[in-house]
Design a protein around this ligand. Structure first.
Ligand SMILES: [Zn+2]
Length: 157
């Protein structure tokens, strides 16, 4: 059950299927978090030391992972979520059912604004962002809740 902030506790997040199709429902939130945890091991974060892993499941049920990749110029740094999204999109997976991210901290880390816009681009109202700490604390929110006023194609018409 979501609390008044719209967030779920760990047990509920892991037991609740946030999937939007039969194909992506084959991947549990726990599995997706584990894939993100593995991807985090490849993080290139020599400057911030803040290692992040991400894993998304596409509407076809395929998993794509990413880690943050920093650069000495700082501004070229790319977040783990966008690495996973770019990998998926470059292979033709254009719909995100769920995306998990994991990082160290007392509270589950939320996607930055840039990544929220990117998740929105390839997601829909049912797309869920599963945020997790290394110790296993989980919060899940829809991208619609995390990013309520996106810039989308309707402005381009
Ligand atoms: Zn980001």
């Amino acid at each position: 059950m979501a609390n008044q902030d719209g967030m779920w506790d760990t047990a509920k997040a892991l037991e609740t299927s946030s999937a939007s199709s039969a194909a992506d429902a084959m991947i549990s939130d726990a599995d997706l978090i584990e894939r993100a945890r593995e991807a985090r091991q490849s993080a290139h974060a020599p400057y911030s030391k803040f290692q992040v892993g991400a894993a998304l499941v596409s509407s076809e049920g395929r998993v794509y992972t990413g880690c943050n990749i920093e650069n000495a110029t700082y501004s070229l740094t790319v977040c783990a979520e966008r690495v996973a999204i770019f990998k998926a999109a470059s292979e033709g997976a254009l719909r995100i059912a769920r995306i998990a991210l994991i990082a160290e901290g007392d509270e589950p880390v939320t996607p930055c604004g840039c990544c929220r816009q990117m998740i929105w681009e390839f997601g829909d109202d049912n797309t869920v962002v599963v945020m997790c700490t290394l110790s296993g604390r989980v919060k899940s929110l829809s991208i619609a809740a995390l990013f309520p006023h996106p810039f989308d194609s309707s402005f381009l018409a």
